[in-house]
Write a protein that binds this ligand. Structure first.
Ligand SMILES: *Cc1c(COP(=O)(O)O)cnc(C)c1O
Length: 360
């Protein structure tokens, strides 16, 4: 399928100043969009000015939350090389989310080309400062024009780009988390492993309550026994215990993070044992008391690594190590960002350059 460039009217927007960019607040001048219709498949692939969508109030997405998305970043390396980090992990994961949510898959090569073409066109908007990035948000919604409660017959895929600030503008700092003991995010057999908007809608109440109580995020427990840790907000959760790295196994309720996968590879290559298993929060508490829990941190595209200084559970504070940034967290943060910004060698082949398309 050919991608049309309908960009004649796109006003060039001023490049945002890089101070106080925040996250997801400003967008580049263009977007990619295409539609899927039963019988036709994907069609009308085009790059056009960033603009509002016009949807029927009956559209499926508004009533039944048939929606999936992805989150990834473009980085500016030296010599104005614009690169992506393991983008095929995201295109593959989006298709897995699509299958679970009864939505159409996108041919991966085509999806990657669409991503690269849009980033190429708006490459001036990839921030220059170390830590700042261009955040990419691929999105798909169901758009049937009927209230029938079944999978849509028509879908819209679009991609928007947002110059965003560093997650830690003043350097890494430890976070305070609260174990959520009442609400759950996901259960096995549910949609926890899919990046679908409803997971977020269902988490806002717990997150807002935790924030009101002075915490940065919640730790989710499993929905059946309410004791196995799943994730920290929208990050995968890792613990250093007795010199080994432990994280929740991908059991269908945990989102398979690209950062999680990358961290596990780096750690295995350090000859450190990685254990993917069910992790009981009561064991974490016990290991902390015994001095075995030396570090805890979250992993995700937004922050890369987020060191955890405290986990509040059952009226007590669990403090990993000395509550400061652990050695492993710092090493992983430096390795990931170093690779992404081209400061250190890309030994795993994780970096993909965005080419300059001459035919646009
Ligand atoms: C996106 C996401 C993650 C992190 O995945 P990355 O691919 O590392 O960014 C973790 N948990 C949830 C719930 C997520 O939505």
């Amino acid at each position: 399928m050919k991608i049309d460039y309908n960009i004649l009217e796109a006003a060039k927007r001023p490049e945002p100043t890089e101070e106080n960019l925040g996250f997801g607040k400003v967008f580049t001048p263009h977007m990619f969009i295409m539609e899927w219709e039963k019988g036709d498949g994907w069609k009308n692939a085009r790059i056009q000015p960033f603009q509002n969508l016009s949807l029927s109030p009956a559209s499926t997405v508004f009533h039944y939350a048939q929606e999936i998305f992805e989150g990834m970043k473009a980085y500016r390396q030296e010599g104005d090389r614009i690169v992506l980090f393991r983008p095929t992990m995201n295109t593959a994961r989006m298709n897995r989310s699509a299958v679970r949510m009864a939505m159409p898959e996108i041919p991966e090569d085509f999806h990657l080309e669409a991503i690269k073409r849009l980033v190429d066109l708006d490459r001036d908007y990839v921030p220059h400062e170390f830590g700042n990035t261009l955040y990419l948000r691929p999105t798909m919604i169901g758009d049937s024009l009927t209230l029938g409660a079944s999978t849509a017959q028509r879908f819209i895929y679009y991609l928007i780009l947002s110059p965003s600030g560093a997650y830690y503008p003043r350097g890494l700092s430890p976070t305070r988390l609260k174990v959520e003991e009442r609400y759950v995010r996901a259960v096995k057999g549910g949609v926890g492993a899919s990046k679908t908007g409803g997971n977020y809608a269902a988490s806002f109440k717990a997150t807002a309550d935790a924030a009101a109580a002075g915490f940065d995020q919640v730790v989710w427990l499993d929905g059946k026994e309410n004791r196995f840790v799943q994730e920290a907000g929208a990050m995968n959760l890792m613990f250093m215990i007795d010199g080994k790295l432990m994280t929740g196994a991908l059991d269908g309720a945990i989102l398979p993070g690209v950062t999680r996968d990358s961290v596990l590879q780096i750690v295995r290559d350090m000859d450190i044992e990685v254990i993917e298993t069910e992790i009981d929060i009561n064991d974490i508490k016990k290991w902390a008391k015994e001095g075995k829990l030396t570090e805890a941190f979250g992993t995700g595209t937004a922050a890369a690594i987020s060191p955890i200084g405290e986990i509040h559970y059952d009226g007590e504070a669990i403090i990993p190590g000395d509550g400061q940034i652990g050695k492993m967290a710092q090493h992983l943060y430096d390795t990931l960002l170093g690779t992404q910004y081209g400061k250190i060698a890309d030994r795993y082949g994780w970096i993909e350059e965005v080419p300059v398309y001459e035919d646009r």
